[in-house]
Design a protein around this ligand. Structure first.
Ligand SMILES: Nc1ncnc2c1ncn2[C@@H]1O[C@H](COP(=O)(O)OP(=O)(O)OP(=O)(O)O)[C@@H](O)[C@H]1O
Length: 299
């Protein structure tokens, strides 16, 4: 499938507006507004209990929002028509169903549920999964089940994929190769992905955007290109115990994302190298990786 319009002008694949989900008196999602554009690989990042799986449940229509809305390809997530549902794919955290099937049987069987029978699984993905088609699902290891669930989700070449911790059980080589396959899959046809994972070094390589979630809210939403260019640690220089109070006021474009009381360092967004002269005397500029920024932003 091709799209003539660019990601900047094309309609959103996903649109979430002031999404709230409560369980009893627990507010798991507390007003989430975000979108996913065609071609984006969005990393959904947050500590345990932040609300990632709840958000994914609302997206896929497993959970009914308490208020607000989620639209996928312009349709309310809980009421997707079959042709729109067929454009989405999902890799769950774990796969416990269909345990008596053999791998090949299951791939064929699930193919019969589509209105238009899907093509056979992509040979490159099958080679990556390296599964014995005659093995029973219940006899697969955790990582092999995860590989199978990825093969099944990609089977019908969906335009929008939701991956909930898809690589937690994969070995490092399989994870690395999968991330390359995922990036190629999206780049080829402007397909979109929302991927939740705690392995941030993987996401750093393929994500085009990062959504940081904490306590049911989006605490930061940034394209990865901006993350690389403009999120920096400003660390007090040797011998300078703290940054001058007016430092950030001198660079009004800077937004403070966090700080380390012990070292006096601050994490900022909006950095550009022309500011270097302003702080050179008192501070050193360091580039954080995604994990370091995550720890600070979701604290
Ligand atoms: N069915 C439920 N009933 C009650 N509370 C729930 C339910 N599902 C989730 N919660 C609560 O909602 C909050 C968000 O949970 P959620 O599973 O979405 O977090 P998460 O970010 O996916 O966490 P993890 O990284 O551990 O998978 C948590 O406080 C959790 O206890």
């Amino acid at each position: 499938m091709t799209h003539a319009t660019s990601a900047a002008t094309a309609p959103s694949v996903v649109e979430m507006a002031d999404l709230v989900k409560t369980f009893g008196n627990r507010r798991a999602l507390d007003g989430i507004s975000a979108s996913v554009a065609p071609g984006e690989i969005v990393a959904l990042l947050g500590p345990n209990g932040a609300g990632k799986s709840t958000l994914i449940g609302c997206l896929l229509g497993f959970l009914l929002p308490s208020s607000g809305s989620v639209r996928i390809f312009g349709h309310e997530a809980g009421e997707l028509p079959p042709d729109i549902r067929a454009r989405t794919g999902y890799v769950p955290q774990s796969m416990n169903a269909f345990s008596s099937f053999r791998v090949g049987q299951l791939i064929d069987y699930l193919g019969t549920f589509y209105a238009v029978p899907p093509p056979p699984p992509d040979p490159a993905l099958l080679a990556w999964a390296n599964l014995d088609m005659t093995a029973r699902v219940k006899g697969l290891s955790g990582g092999q089940k995860q590989r199978l669930s990825i093969v099944l989700a990609f089977r019908h070449r969906p335009d929008f994929l939701v991956l909930d911790e898809p690589v937690a059980s994969l070995d490092p080589q399989a994870r690395r190769d999968f991330m390359t396959l995922l990036a190629d899959y999206c780049a080829a046809s402007q397909r979109s992905v929302l991927i939740s994972s705690h392995i941030l070094s993987d996401l750093e390589k393929v994500a085009t955007r990062a959504l940081f979630v904490a306590r049911g809210r989006i605490v930061h939403d940034t394209p990865m290109a901006r993350f690389r260019d403009s999120i920096r640690w400003i660390v007090p220089a040797e011998g300078a115990p703290a940054l001058p109070a007016d430092l950030l006021r001198g660079c009004p474009a800077l937004k403070m994302l966090g700080g380390n009381e012990a070292t006096g360092a601050v994490l900022v967004d909006g950095w550009c190298d022309s500011m270097r002269g302003h702080v050179a005397e008192v501070a050193e500029i360091r580039t954080p990786d995604l994990e370091a920024a995550f720890l600070e932003i979701t604290r």
